[in-house]
Design a protein around this ligand. Structure first.
Ligand code: GRF
Length: 303
């Protein structure tokens, strides 16, 4: 107990030091950006307003966090606060995984290649040895264990929120994370947590639909189309507002494994596209609460 509090104090002091350095070095300026829309008889038009947003100039920070167990070390990590152009700040992302992490990998590659204007600054997992966590370590991305269980030394929900704040996380991407997201996290990150589900929600969603169970149920139902859904996360399984979907055919002789592979292929593209839109602030909330993605190429087109 004592050792743990000493550790968390150390982490907290280290991170405060980093934040103090950041404040000194950054020449921040205030810009704004958000949107509201005006609804006319037959169409919906959008109007851009500007709100407060921090755009920091390029700041180099040397990070040296040295904690054990729940928050693994992140040494000599060059965190660069960047401007993505057009006054849009580069975003900081946390990805949550429980398994192989192929979606995590495809998003990470897109950030490295600049197709997503953000950086994955931390990986959260309930399975320390999963493929996603191994990939994070190999890529120099810090790993946080969550939640705390009898078997694992994970963080509590409150400590997780504090840790994500210390990493200055803007958005959270659930990518095959199987645990329920606690209310504390949802309240701390409103309209900022996305999940990917391998069926066309609201069909085949909810607590009992995960992994191959989803694809088996789709085939058994006789549905001719399936495909991934990206949705915002609320306090229930798979019920948050739908942001993006891609239809994939279900073929006559499909097995669950074959269908899963076809859907997963589309997941990788769709999640990258949705994350790119999130980071570029191209998600607009319609008056009825439905989120839409504004096209990068044609700002008058929404999907
Ligand atoms: C994906 O099918 C995703 O839709 C679901 O979990 C799976 C994760 O796969 N939520 P991976 O770990 O990204 O390969």
């Amino acid at each position: 107990m004592e050792a743990r509090s000493l550790l968390s104090e150390f982490c907290s002091n280290s991170t405060n030091l980093i934040l103090q350095k950041t404040r000194k070095l950054s020449t921040a300026r205030i810009v704004s950006s958000s949107s509201s829309f005006i609804q006319s008889h037959n169409r919906v038009s959008f109007k851009t307003h500007y709100h407060t947003k921090l755009v920091s100039q390029r700041v180099e920070i040397k990070r040296r966090l040295q904690c054990t167990n729940s928050v693994e070390k992140a040494e000599d990590l060059n965190a660069v606060v960047k401007d993505s152009g057009n006054g849009v700040r580069h975003k900081k992302l946390a990805v949550f995984v429980s398994g192989g992490g192929s979606n995590f990998r495809s998003i990470h590659e897109a950030t490295v290649e600049g197709r997503v204007k953000g950086d994955i600054v931390v990986l959260v997992t309930n399975k320390s040895g999963c493929g996603g966590a191994e990939y994070a370590r190999a890529s120099g991305i810090p790993v946080i264990l969550f939640p705390k269980t009898k078997e694992t030394e994970g963080l509590s929900p409150t400590d997780l929120v504090s840790a994500l704040r210390k990493f200055e996380v803007d958005f959270i991407l659930l990518a095959g994370y199987l645990k329920l997201i606690p209310a504390e996290l949802i309240q701390a990150y409103p309209r900022s947590i996305l999940n990917i589900h391998p069926s066309l929600l609201p069909a085949f969603g909810g607590k009992d639909y995960y992994g191959m169970k989803v694809h088996k149920a789709v085939i058994a139902s006789g549905a001719r189309y399936s495909g991934p859904t990206i949705h915002f996360v609320d306090e229930h399984y798979d019920t948050g507002r739908i942001l993006a979907q891609k239809a994939v055919p279900v073929l006559a002789n499909d097995t669950a494994e074959v269908l899963a592979a076809r859907v997963l292929h589309e997941e990788h593209q769709l999640y990258v596209e949705a994350t790119a839109a999130l980071c570029e602030e191209r998600i607009i909330w319609r008056e009825d609460g439905v989120p839409l993605i504004r096209s990068r190429e044609n700002p008058n087109v929404y999907s």
